[in-house]
Design a protein around this ligand. Structure first.
Ligand code: SAH
Length: 343
């Protein structure tokens, strides 16, 4: 069976080129055709010798993820369902705002973390998404972004389905494709990896050269409450999380973003806000309060407007940087896991 050429590393290209006795610079040329020009066939690799192209055609394939469904919301948000090579489905979302377009991408088909308020959490993990499939989500949405909003994607968030830090190598490789000069050349400052808070992997990420932003899905700064909604907190509690965040900040000097979904009568009272304030002072950070996107059969509801405003004002009094992320694309099931769950 032919191998998918996009699963190879640059060093693998070098070995192939050496084996078939082509000039060394071919490896870089092939890499560029794949990752900068994003070609669909070997025939398009115009500066590659016919002999080399034939070798590639006989031994490798080039496959790409495809868009299976796309739905545009009244607010301009577009939700995508992508079809991967083996027929697996994952989601992506394009979110237009003034002067920027954010692409939200998936790192796993399903998820093993089963957070109680999350639609993907009810799905079980099917498989990791490969680095090139993560890249494809961006490149497919990039084309759409130009067509729909007259501008390309400016920001990328790993906030779709799955937990990026347990599909670590594919996520790191995909970030390299997105940021390398030989590929998409995006700034790592505009890329955010969002995690349930796997401490060991947060430390590992801190040691990389990548310099991407880190968002931590906190949702409660109280161990008992957090364990109730996020299983991970039983083995990886707030103490461990704190240690890894200190490590991350000391190594990278990048401010952490905490995500906090406001759940009615669960994590939205004054004491919750005070605990969040204490936690957020551990390292320089900001807080994104997220409106809960209703999930079918969920016991949770979104916080009331009144309590949301109160919660924000308590944080602001302490000079905490806080943003309220209003729900986008509700009419197209844009919250994590909602579309794939229905199809
Ligand atoms: N596993 C990673 C990334 C995927 S979830 C993580 O946990 O961060 C991306 C974000 O969406 C997380 O902050 C998650 O808590 C949030 N989220 C999940 N379900 C949601 C819902 N129903 N409404 C609002 N936000 C939700």
């Amino acid at each position: 069976m032919k191998q998918n050429i996009r699963s190879l590393k640059f060093s693998d290209f070098e070995k192939i080129i050496e084996k078939i006795e082509e000039p060394r610079y071919r490896a870089r040329q092939i890499y560029r055709w794949l990752w900068k020009k994003n070609v669909r066939s070997f025939h398009e690799m115009k500066n590659i010798s016919k002999r080399c192209r034939e070798y590639l055609i006989n031994n490798f394939t080039i496959t790409h993820a495809k868009i299976s469904t796309q739905i545009k919301s009244k607010d301009g948000t577009i939700k995508f369902l992508f079809c991967l090579d083996d027929g697996s489905k994952c989601e992506g979302v394009l979110i237009p705002e003034k002067n920027r377009v954010t692409a939200c991408i998936s790192s796993q088909v399903g998820c093993s973390f089963a957070c109680k308020f999350c639609a993907t959490g009810s799905m079980k993990r099917k498989r990791n998404i490969m680095s090139y499939e993560i890249f494809d989500q961006v490149s497919l949405m990039m084309d759409k972004s130009f067509k729909e909003y007259n501008m390309g994607i400016t920001n990328i968030v790993y906030m779709g389905m799955g937990e990026p830090l347990v599909n670590y190598q594919n996520v790191v490789d995909s970030i390299n494709y997105l940021t390398s000069k030989e590929a998409l050349n995006m700034s790592s400052k505009r890329i955010t990896v969002s995690t349930v808070g796997v401490s060991k992997m947060i430390k590992k990420l801190a040691d990389e050269k990548l310099k991407v932003n880190l968002a931590v899905s906190l949702h409660s700064a109280n161990n008992l409450k957090r364990s109730e909604i996020m299983d991970i907190n039983n083995s990886n509690d707030l103490g461990k999380l704190k240690d890894s965040l200190i490590y991350f900040y000391n190594k990278t000097k990048i401010k952490i973003t905490y995500e906090y979904v406001l759940l009615n009568d669960f994590n939205d009272n004054i004491k919750d806000a005070q605990e969040l304030i204490q936690f957020s002072k551990i390292v320089p950070s900001k807080i994104n309060l997220i409106e809960f996107n209703n999930v079918e059969n969920s016991k949770f509801k979104k916080s009331t407007n009144k309590k949301t405003i109160e919660f924000i004002s308590i944080l602001k009094k302490e000079n905490i940087v806080v943003n309220l992320r209003r729900s986008r694309g509700e009419d197209v099931d844009a919250a994590c896991g909602q579309l794939a769950n229905k199809i």
